[in-house]
Ligand binder design. Sequence first.
Ligand code: MG
Length: 404
Amino acid sequence: MPPRRLKGNDNAIKMSQKKNIAVLGATGSIGRQGLDIISRNPDKFRATVLSAGRKVDELIALAKEHRPRLAVIADETLYPTLRDALAPLGIETAAGAAALAAAAEADDVDMVLTATVGYSGLEPTVHAIRAGKDIALANKETLVVAGDYVRRLLKDSKSRVFPVDSEHSAIYQCLQGESSASVRRLIITASGGPFRTWESSRIEKATASDALKHPNWSMGAKITIDSATMLNKAFEIIEARHLFDIEPAKIRAVVHPQSIIHSMVEFNDGGIKAQLGVPDMRLPIAYALGEASRIAGASEHLRLEQFANLTFEEPDAKKFPCLTLAHLALEKGGNTACIINGANEIAVDAFLHDLISFGDIYRTITHALEHVDFIATPDYDDYVATNTEARRIAAEYVANTHFI
Ligand code: MG
């Protein structure tokens, strides 16, 4: 898929109408910041659908505030609570994965902000693409797990993808007005996470509370752990490969501890374009909701003089072996990234519950890679089966691991 560019004039015409947004994963960090952008720009946006996984009280509160047409809770056991709270307000309610998928393709939805975390984001995103909805893509697992499949779907759909992840938004911004033939490399910046300066032996034994202290970004627990292992960066490399249709060899990560440059594009004339800003997800969210147009006041303004030193270093793949999984997944292809993701979701959950050590996260993933069958050209059902099997094998491995 080439970078999906828009002409400025098209944006202006489209943005003159109010856009209806389905916010999937409304109670999470990206969902809430998305709702903040939506509510501060009532002339441009309306939140028409809100969904959450299990946080029903938070979903009810958000629905009371933002008055969507429909609120969906993924956990069906929580449906009565949601219905009883919102029915008196005339807000429709639904529950379960099928209801979420249906909400993503509803007629009154123009764009879906996929802010759910993890594999569960894949199904509603696939439905939204099939229905031709535009996607503000924050759920990175969609392209990580099923990148080839989703790209095939996008070829036959009028749906456009606007990246929300700060790195991909930065690259997308840098690519505006450029020809893809002139791109030499995509340079994805990484903060390096909380263990950047730690010795390997200390990293091995790090606890969940150590890992949750991210130096720059305030994010959900799952992505903060992925950031500490640098698997998050590996996923972003995979995602970039699919989003920008670029050879894996042309994508590299560089550690930039200040998180001011959000990513860069190097061109074949030697020039490098970078996108800078304060570490605030509201800017990339607004840029995606606005279809690559700029929404005034989306984030705080950066005072460059406060950052006398912007530094860069090579990532240390010995300390952070999860980083090497990106190129492994892209070289092997097939369901490899789906295995990595499924096993990682189990491992991170176990780590957050202090059941395994930090070093065990990588070992759980490699164990799953050795034991789940490789499928070279998976279809949708193969991804579902791979995810289930990877999680089962990872859970078994975790259960036999004793964290001392
Ligand atoms: Mg990111």
